[in-house]
Design a binder for this molecule. Structure first.
Ligand code: MOS
Length: 750
């Protein structure tokens, strides 16, 4: 059984239960420290001066007035900075797209609005901020181009593929003629706005210069190994000279995958001044790097009158910076979610004068599945087939691209259980047919899909004579519950109470792990922890078996279980020894092991691994005011084994909230004359607030998967995919108006 950690039955175990976060008390009492909260003796504070133009060059910088402010140590610019690596290559990081990464304060060139042009370093933050306002920068400006559709003419195929991103598959069948010959056709353009991640905690880095000349770096990052790699390359340091930590994050959503420029600037200043430096970005400055790129897509679906898909074409265009070819998987989902003999998927980029876009929760899938699943709803109306029936008619248990079966795909159970919970059978499909008082009511649904990935990860566990276990893994807990699930896995594997297990994360001194992203952390680091614990369990068992008169003397390891602090023969608890007695009697201070996990190649040869969902949404719309409220969402998720039903549910709740934001609110608006995002604060860039959120119901359907020994597929991203389509489809059902352009704001309803 893939999902069993220990064969004991009837004992208290933690995996699979609803457990509160082990780091919850630290977070709510303020004990948990974030990157911008760590202090050091003589800590200096850096404040970033941001470019006032979008494109061009700096002609002069006058920092005299700023440097004259008492308490200012230095104003660092490209003219007076210490020497740094010259090759763009040296600024690569673990998840960088192809291209030449941005180098802060490198030279006079300005490539995007808000680019850092100086760092004012002072004895406190307010002094640095005030002095920054006195720095006079002169520019020679050029006209920026930031309008995606205006640049569509010079769009291009990514010249080099991005690591981990599959390019669109070769077309199969003949989608063009199949579409032309189809009895029922839908072909439309869909748009999604630029979005910024907007974690509650803005980016921050604290670089502490230690007495021995090494650096301890606290960075807001989803994987400390990435900060360390970036700093060692850019500053020519050795890994042992730079320890990076990120024990807690106030939200990442992908903007913490790559090291950002405040980390670079903090290290630059620390080296220049030979003192510890902290750089915290402002909310406004959070609009000067990574974002989800707005996209223009065309989806064409051809079907017969029974709704069987005969052609799928999906084309997407989005922007990237002038210096990197950021890529995400927008169109590939349209070849995987349904079975169809004629499919053509195309994908192009256009150069814009913005910072490089980046991964934002379910990158690509949020964009592409919105278009596909809205088009499917349009096809449901065109064929007069119920949206769920239409999807079942085109269901596939095999990945049509790889021609391999899915290891598991409980999407039909999602349809059934989701529809039942939502009350879908009571839906009158006629648009504008349902009302609640003066509000129009709409019910819509859509599917979601995301990859179930696994990466190489390792974990070290140490059991001490007092029966306590320490678990270490360098990945970050980005708010997902990683501390908790790893603690559950370890406690179960060694039969210990949760309180006796301490999990440490987010530190390059811990066992190597990937960045926390892609919904792969539970599968990757969870498996590594489980393997390390099994190793320690086996060591403890061998000691126990060797004890004089041991009740385990003639027993194999496979026949014992670790439960309630004892090692016992499965089904015969009378034959047992106490774990701490074993340690004491054998004079063992510690037992330790490092476990490594990597993707199962044999599994991957035979199967494809994806998570799926069916999302149901109810909207109520006041037509006079054009206000849409999402009054109910039911999200039914098939994601393999759920390790912790409480933290997993929270992942889906948060993702649905973010999906509501994407559907109705979130839009970073560019003024193309200035090439600048204009609504750079949470007042003008609205993320859903409590008043926007009503009932959200999460269902985890049973799904057994064998991609990894835990049977987990990951839940960090699947909850946002398809949510915006379910809402746009509900808006159509309510109003009869099809809005293909996110976010669905008041002006589009009226
Ligand atoms: Mo996620 S966009 O991989 O943090």
């Amino acid at each position: 059984m893939a999902t069993q950690i220990s064969p004991a039955s009837g004992r208290d175990t933690f995996v699979g239960r609803a457990m509160s976060r082990v780091d919850g008390p630290a977070k709510v009492t303020g004990l948990a420290k974030y990157a911008g909260e760590f202090a050091a003796p003589n800590l200096a504070h850096g404040y970033v001066v941001s470019s006032a133009i979008t494109k061009g060059r700096i002609t002069a910088i006058d920092a005299a007035a700023a440097e004259a402010v008492p308490g200012v140590f230095k104003v660092i610019t490209h003219e007076n900075r210490p020497s740094i690596a010259g090759e763009a290559e040296a600024y690569q990081d673990m998840v960088a797209p192809p291209g030449a990464p941005f180098r802060a304060l490198y030279d006079e060139t300005i490539a995007f609005s808000g680019q850092p042009v100086a760092l004012v370093v002072a004895e406190d933050f307010d002094t640095a901020r005030y002095a920054a306002s006195l720095v006079r920068v002169s520019y020679e400006a050029e006209t920026p181009h930031t309008d995606l559709e205006a640049q569509a003419g010079s769009s291009y195929d990514p010249p080099e593929k991005r690591d981990g991103i599959k390019p669109p598959p070769e077309p199969w069948g003949d989608a063009g003629s199949a579409f032309d010959g189809a009895a029922i056709k839908v072909s439309q353009q869909y748009r999604i706005a630029h979005e910024h991640h907007n974690p509650m905690e803005p980016h921050a880095s604290t670089v502490v210069v230690e007495d021995d000349g090494t650096y301890t770096v606290y960075d807001k990052i989803q994987g400390v190994a990435n900060s360390q790699l970036y700093l060692t390359n850019a500053f020519g340091l050795k890994p042992e000279q730079v320890r990076c930590l990120s024990p807690y994050m106030g939200g990442g959503f992908g903007c913490g995958l790559r090291p950002q420029y405040q980390l670079f600037l903090a290290m630059l200043a620390a080296q220049d001044l030979n003192r510890s430096v902290r750089v915290v970005l402002t909310r406004d400055q959070m609009w000067s790097f990574t974002y989800r790129p707005g996209a223009v897509q065309t989806v064409s679906l051809g079907a017969d009158t029974s709704g069987n898909l005969q052609a799928i074409r999906h084309d997407a265009l989005h922007g990237t910076s002038q210096y990197e070819d950021y890529q995400e998987n927008i169109v590939n989902w349209s070849g995987i979610l349904y079975g169809c003999d004629n499919v053509e998927l195309t994908y192009r980029l256009a150069k814009l004068d913005t910072a490089t876009p980046g991964d934002m929760r379910a990158p690509g899938a949020v964009t592409g599945v919105f278009a596909l699943e809205t088009a499917m709803d349009e096809l449901a109306y065109a064929t007069r087939i119920d949206p769920i029936q239409l999807r079942i008619a085109n269901y596939t248990d095999t990945d049509p691209v790889e021609e391999k079966p899915f290891g598991s795909k409980a999407l039909k159970a999602c349809f059934r259980q989701g529809a039942e919970r939502f009350g879908w059978s009571k839906r009158n499909p006629e648009p504008r047919s349902m009302r609640d008082g003066k509000e129009l009511v709409g019910w819509g649904m859509a599917c979601g899909i995301w990859e179930a990935l696994m990466m190489e990860s390792s974990a070290k566990v140490t059991l001490t004579a007092d029966g306590r276990l320490e678990v270490g893994n360098s990945t970050g807990d980005i708010g997902t519950g990683t501390y908790t699930i790893l603690t559950q896995i370890a406690a179960d594997a060694l039969g210990l109470p949760m309180e006796h297990v301490t999990t440490k994360l987010g530190d390059t001194d811990l066992a190597k792990a990937p960045v926390a992203g892609g919904s792969w952390t539970a599968a990757s680091s969870g498996t590594a922890v489980m393997k390390a614990c099994r190793d320690v369990a086996e060591q403890a068992f061998k000691l126990a078996r060797g004890l004089e008169g041991s009740p385990l003397a003639n027993v194999d390891f496979e026949r014992v279980v670790f439960s309630k602090g004892r090692i016992e023969v499965a089904g015969d608890p009378a034959k047992s020894v106490v774990l701490t007695d074993v340690m004491r009697q054998t004079g063992t201070e510690t037992l330790e092991a490092t476990g490594s996990a990597s993707p199962d190649k044999d599994f991957a040869k035979q199967y494809e691994a994806y998570t799926h969902s069916a999302v149901f949404a109810e909207v109520k719309i006041d037509e006079e005011l054009g206000i849409v409220r999402v009054t109910r969402v039911v999200s039914a998720i098939a994601a393999g084994k759920i390790l912790n039903t409480k933290t997993a549910r929270s992942q889906i709740l948060g993702a649905v909230v973010m999906g509501i934001g994407s559907a109705l609110h979130e839009e970073s608006m560019l003024d193309h004359r200035l090439g600048r995002f204009m609504n750079r604060n949470l007042g003008e860039y609205h993320v859903p607030a409590n008043a926007d959120i009503h009932d959200i119901d999460v269902i985890f359907v049973d799904e057994e998967d064998k991609a990894n020994p835990l049977g987990v597929k990951g839940v960090g991203e699947i909850g946002i995919v398809g949510t915006a389509a379910a809402i746009s489809n509900a808006v159509f059902h309510a109003t009869g108006k099809r809005i293909r352009d996110l976010p669905i704001t008041v002006d589009k309803i009226l």
